[in-house]
Write a protein that binds this ligand. Sequence first.
Ligand code: ZN
Length: 230
Amino acid sequence: MLNSTTTTTVNRVAKSLRTRAAAAVAAGACATVALTGAAVAAEGSSSTSPDLFANQPATELADATHGQAEAQQAAAAQAGEDGDKSDKSDKDWVSPIADDYELSATYGNSGDRWTAKHSGQDFAVPNGTEVRAVHDGTVVKAGGNGAGDGPAYGNAVVIEHDDGTFTQYAHLSEVEVAVGDEVSTNDEIALSGNTGNSSGPHLHFEVRTSADYGTAIDPMKFLRAQDADV
Ligand SMILES: [Zn+2]
């Protein structure tokens, strides 16, 4: 999904970051690890456990989050320049974004934007990018105020799936479904945006065990376990 130049650079940064972070953690010291926004985005695009960040002192995480806002803007701009390369998948479960994206804040990441650990996965994309249902289901929440989950989410949608899980899509610029709508895998349900407590254009995506805030599970682990390409 990533453009190859970006991937190479980002992987190199991520690798050195991981090495340094691992060294700091191993030494048991609170040594300052130079987390840059790009590196945070890079962590998201690898399969490395986000738990690494849970071991970092809170102040560093806050700084990382500020940097991340800039990385998110840059990533979104980059994804926009790459043009519309939607790849519709025939899979049963899919990524919520078909166009190019960069993974920014990961599940479990901490920072000053969240009162608790980050409850979802962020996909940095330009405003107005098509957001699709990751699986068949029924819309159970849709609208402003996080569709009832609070203003931090901006405009949001929650879909209930046949396996008992729920997916949530937030910070949307436009909601294109209503409560009660039946949707299929790949259906366009909204356009991405920057509404609510958002540091730049991106989709915030959650997988939940109920329709409500506070029941999130690791969305990337979950999607990959369903064989989705993310
Ligand atoms: Zn988020």
